[in-house]
Design a protein around this ligand. Structure first.
Ligand SMILES: NC(=O)c1ccc[n+]([C@@H]2O[C@H](COP(=O)([O-])OP(=O)(O)OC[C@H]3O[C@@H](n4cnc5c(N)ncnc54)[C@H](O)[C@@H]3O)[C@@H](O)[C@H]2O)c1
Length: 353
């Protein structure tokens, strides 16, 4: 059994930094290499963080036989080609969300995973925050009964990160594929991962990236460019599942709302759970409705905690010491939903699978 995992990180931008930080601190990991098409960025990161190799492309990194596993932290349009090349080079893969640019590419990763037997974990980081772990545990123990409805709303008033995020050619879409993917996955995961049966959606392009607006809390792409915006401002959708459950979602980069918002709620036959903004359970007992508030260090999503747990689970699975989580088929089912939403909005009608 391997005792140490040699890791390479592909993409040296914002989210790559969080992956590198956790790998660097992991006692069983050697963070050996970083690659970025912007070689200077990769070299700067490598020299600052003491990483031995800096490469200008994923192919150079994958050619290093010492590397056992990679994180894919590049733009969405290259997730599939890099993940597939990595699997065929014999490496385990942690691929950032969204799993791929579209459903077809997600299926290609799924097929490459099946062909190679290597691990594919999709970066659904929000599953590993304590609030979600506690709610999932309550659901698995039957406290909420059968979950038949979920509702999520992720509103950024002025939150288009610009650069590649705003370029549909590189991102595959706007807020839906970027952040909607997180909350749709959370609901889907808590609902027991049912297969999707239909989607009816709307997408709007009215406000643009609002680069003119001064706004404090704006996440920006590493190569920020305010001039281009070809993605939607907002999406809303009704998603139906084969087991009869349904999910309502809206998510935005730009909206004339009075506040930013993050809400994730699931409703079952015995009780309900609000995951965000703060974990609270609604339980029926003795002919009364009780709100239960668990004692946690943080009742909302914890970024550092989520990434630490996500990467520790990936390392354990890659070392053969833990079960794979957030597997390829799960990433692909979520991509099927996202693709269905874009297709439905474009066609102006419900899409049935
Ligand atoms: N899990 C989360 O919460 C979370 C948050 C933000 C971003 N992300 C995901 O992480 C990925 C990267 O986002 P980011 O915010 O770090 O973007 P970023 O723009 O900060 O960095 C992306 C980096 O990838 C490099 N790159 C792009 N294509 C490449 C290729 N083919 N080969 C090598 N390098 C390439 C770019 O040069 C850039 O340095 C995206 O898929 C995004 O959806 C996840």
């Amino acid at each position: 059994m391997t005792t140490t995992l040699n890791v390479g990180v592909i993409g040296a931008g914002n989210i790559s930094a969080l992956h590198r930080e956790v790998y660097a601190k992991h006692p069983r990991v050697n963070l050996l290499a970083v690659a970025d098409q912007n070689l200077e960025r990769a070299q700067q990161v490598a020299s600052k963080e003491g990483i031995v190799h800096a490469y200008a492309s994923h192919t150079e990194l994958l050619a290093n036989p010492e590397i056992d596993a990679v994180s894919v932290c590049t733009w969405n349009n290259s997730h599939a080609s890099i993940a597939i090349d990595a699997l065929r080079a014999g490496k385990h893969v942690l691929v950032e969300k969204p799993m791929a640019y579209n459903y077809e590419q997600a299926q290609e990763i799924e097929a490459a995973q099946a062909e190679t037997g290597k691990i594919v974990q999709v970066g659904f980081v929000r599953r590993y925050s304590e609030n979600c772990v506690v709610l999932k545990d309550a659901i698995d123990k039957g406290r909420l009964g059968e979950i038949y409805y979920a509702k999520t709303s992720l509103v950024r008033r002025v939150g288009n990160p610009g650069g590649w995020f705003a370029d549909v050619e590189r991102s595959g879409g706007g807020p839906l594929i970027d952040v909607g993917v997180h909350v749709i996955d959370l609901c889907w995961y808590l609902m027991g991962r049912p297969r999707v049966s239909s989607v009816s959606a709307n997408a709007y392009h009215h406000l643009g990236n609002r680069a003119n607006i001064q706004y404090a809390d704006r996440y920006l792409a590493s190569d920020y460019d305010p001039t281009k915006n070809t993605v939607e401002d907002m999406v809303n959708a009704m998603i139906r599942f084969e087991n009869g459950a349904s999910l309502l979602v809206d998510c935005t980069y730009s909206l004339h709302a009075v506040a930013d918002k993050l809400e994730v709620e699931v409703f079952g036959t015995k009780g309900g759970g609000q995951l965000e903004p703060e974990l609270t359970l609604a339980i029926e007992q003795d002919d009364r409705v009780y709100n239960l508030v668990p004692q946690l260090t943080q009742r909302s999503f914890g970024f550092t905690e989520g990434f630490t747990n996500e990467i520790h689970l990936f390392v354990a699975a890659a070392l053969g010491e833990g079960e794979p989580v957030a597997e390829a088929w799960e990433g692909a089912e979520i991509m099927k939903i996202l693709q269905g939403i874009y297709d439905s909005a474009k066609a102006g009608k419900e899409i049935r699978f």
